[in-house]
Design a protein around this ligand. Structure first.
Ligand code: NAD
Length: 246
């Protein structure tokens, strides 16, 4: 039986890397995207080139009806969902005193409510299957905080609390739920940082470099597919070059 994954925000960056890593390991992948259909179709082509099936689904995952429709589309195509990766995320960085309520709401709606909506919709299917792996992409900002990211840090910390609660609720039904907390990873999100900021950040990373998309994708692939991960649930795995040690 070929496994099926749904990856939110799979059209670029870390999400794209996760889609390809899963496809390389034999999984059919639904590639959700927010706005760039062309990028998502390119990911589907790359999945096909790896000998697996892909499906691009445009849906803003901060809206319940879009999420329901997206999950229905995946079920119509493959009839099952074994892996859910809640990866879609945005930043609207501003210092607290300048942060508008819209900045707060947009980030919470996608980065936290989106995780709730997708997990809620997909877990119903996984409960029937009596198996499933859910992986939520948090951030070290949700653990240590970050000036200018009160909204993002709150959402990512929320994802960690959500992960632990849902892991407890679903454990007896064969479903594991874990969070991955990346540090600074080479993507569009970190390309926006200025040279001076990058210099300062590098000094605080024991391994002295940013991480790669392939490294984060490899960790997600481990949690999604490995036998060892059958016995891992409710955990937050940091992948940050040693930036956070606890
Ligand atoms: P990115 O900006 O490159 O990609 C974000 C993805 O989210 C895109 O595929 C986009 O289409 C999708 N998206 C945006 N709005 C959406 C919406 N409303 N509905 C559905 N999809 C939507 O970001 P990235 O750097 O690849 O980050 C991926 C995840 O990893 C995010 O959750 C981010 O917070 C987290 N993260 C990234 C870093 C980093 O250093 N890049 C560090 C820690 C955590």
């Amino acid at each position: 039986m070929t496994k099926v994954a749904l990856v939110t925000g799979g059209s670029r960056g870390i999400g794209r890397g996760i889609c390809l890593a899963l496809a390389r390991s034999g999984v059919n992948v639904a590639v959700n995207y927010g706005s760039s259909a062309t990028a998502a179709e390119e990911v589907v082509e790359a999945i096909n080139a790896l000998g697996r099936e892909g499906l691009a689904i445009g849906a803003d995952v901060s809206f319940p009806d879009r999420v329901e429709e997206m999950v229905k589309t995946v079920m119509e195509r493959w009839g099952r969902i074994d892996i859910l990766v809640n990866n879609a995320g945005i930043t609207r960085d501003r210092l607290l005193l300048r942060m508008k309520v819209e900045d707060w709401e947009q980030v919470i709606n996608l980065n936290l409510t989106g995780v709730f909506l997708c997990t809620s919709a997909v877990s119903k299917i996984m409960l029937k299957q009596k198996a499933g792996r859910i992986i939520n992409i948090s951030s070290i900002a949700g653990i240590m905080g970050n000036a200018g990211q009160a909204n993002y840090s709150a959402a990512k910390a929320g994802v960690i609390g959500f992960t632990r609660s849902v892991a407890r609720e679903l454990a007896s039904r064969g479903i594991t739920v874990n969070a991955v907390a990346p540090g600074f990873i080479d993507t569009d999100m970190t390309a926006a940082l200025g040279e001076e900021v990058v210099k300062g950040v590098l000094q605080s990373i024991p391994l002295g470099r940013f991480g790669t998309v392939a490294e984060v994708a490899g960790l997600v692939e481990f949690l999604a597919l490995s036998e060892a991960a059958n016995y891992i649930t409710g955990q937050v795995l940091n992948i940050d070059g040693g930036l956070v040690m606890s």
